[in-house]
Design a protein around this ligand. Structure first.
Ligand code: MRU
Length: 367
């Protein structure tokens, strides 16, 4: 695969010693552009969208050109770098413009807390450096966004190393949606654990739920794993129960868009069903997510905002209409898996086991 030319090595690690051949999001300092892999065209076409304005990044996040909680946080941080590059006014003008862009970016996808987290972190940096001259201001904002990106890649690797030993030798692992390199700064959360287990030489294979309605599992997860030569088969979402009943699934791992203080996990619609099925068949159901996904200010899953997306994403597959016009469709983009169904949550700070009554606060002591 030919990656777009960058003036430096991609921060995602793509094209380097890491097995991942592509990146979802990068900043190109030479031209002041955010490069986004157009995920809606995968796997058929590998094309990159080049954004020069914060609004273009916001629209790309809303339209799911870039998706996955950590990746959209990184994209939003880079959008605020674009703003800092363009805004030449005084401190007040800079902070005003940063605030307006932050609000627009923050409204694009409400469930993924990584987005709000990255925007807030960039906002704190903006306040610190507002009085500097525009060039120094831009450099400081760029360094902050790049730190967010690099920390996310490191977090994925750390949670991969932590989760891989729990993966049973010879396991068939079921995953839902895409929590891979495409959804993160690079390497992946759930797919990071799978990649790490594979790198350790474990003979594993993956069942990828196709993931209705947007087909992230079929189009993205299977594509990523196949390129890494990790055995993968795509199943429709309705097939998971069948394979579990036949003893053909030994482990489940998914990513998350927001984890409440009690360990309830919001993730792509359909995840809760997988967790219920796993519980019914005594299969460990696990989650991998960076600390930026943990929302200690939301006590439990009932407080997590669930994004409702358009009818057409359910009523159509690509250009094909599968529901007659005039018929309403429901489209909550996420659901909440109660903590009691979650065996383990792997983060870069360590693991906690919600099913055993542990909450993310157990890892706060490690600060
Ligand atoms: O709607 P999407 O494709 O952005 O949903 C993505 C997911 O649900 C992922 O599992 C989640 O963001 C974790 S990504 C590491």
């Amino acid at each position: 695969m030919t990656l777009p030319e960058l003036s430096r090595a991609p921060l995602s690690g793509a094209g380097g010693p890491a097995p991942v051949a592509f990146f979802a999001v990068e900043y190109e300092p030479a031209t002041g552009e955010v490069l986004l892999l157009e995920q809606r065209k995968l796997p058929g076409e590998v094309v990159y969208q080049r954004c020069k304005k914060p609004d273009e990044v916001a629209e790309a996040i809303r339209a799911m050109v870039v998706r996955g909680a950590p990746a959209i946080g990184i994209a939003a941080a880079y959008a605020l770098v674009l703003l800092a590059r363009q805004e030449r006014g005084d401190a007040k003008a800079f902070l005003l413009a940063n605030g307006v862009a932050s609000r627009i970016l923050g409204q694009t996808r409400p469930t993924a807390v990584n987005l709000a987290w990255a925007i807030a972190r960039m906002g704190r940096r903006a306040a610190d450096v507002a009085k500097l001259d525009p060039e120094a201001r831009y450099e400081a904002m760029r360094e902050e966004a790049e730190a967010i990106h690099l920390e996310d890649v490191a977090a994925c690797r750390a949670m991969g190393a932590l989760g891989a030993p729990d993966v049973p030798e010879g396991a068939t692992i079921l995953t839902h949606c895409n929590a891979g390199s495409l959804a993160t700064g690079g390497y992946g959360t759930a797919l990071g654990v799978i990649r790490a287990a594979h790198e350790q030489g474990k003979k594993i294979r993956v069942l990828a739920d196709e993931t209705r309605p947007y087909l992230q599992g079929a189009r993205l997860t299977a594509w990523e794993l196949h390129m890494d030569e990790i055995p993968v088969e795509v199943i429709t979402d309705g097939m998971a129960a069948h394979f579990m009943q036949r003893g053909e699934v030994q482990w489940c791992v998914v990513g998350s868009d927001r984890i409440a203080a009690n360990g309830d996990v919001a993730n792509k619609i359909g995840t809760y069903g997988v967790a219920v099925l796993a519980d019914a068949h005594d299969i460990p159901f696990t989650v991998a997510a960076p600390w930026s996904t943990i929302d200690l200010s939301t006590p439990d899953g009932a407080g997590i905002p669930i994004e409702e997306r358009s009818r057409d994403e359910v009523a159509r597959i690509g250009e094909a209409r599968i529901v007659a016009d005039g018929i309403h469709c429901r489209h909550p983009a996420f659901d909440v898996t109660p903590a009691r169904l979650v065996h383990a949550i792997y983060t870069e700070r360590g693991v906690f086991r919600p099913r055993d009554g542990e909450t993310p606060r157990a890892l706060l002591k490690k600060d």
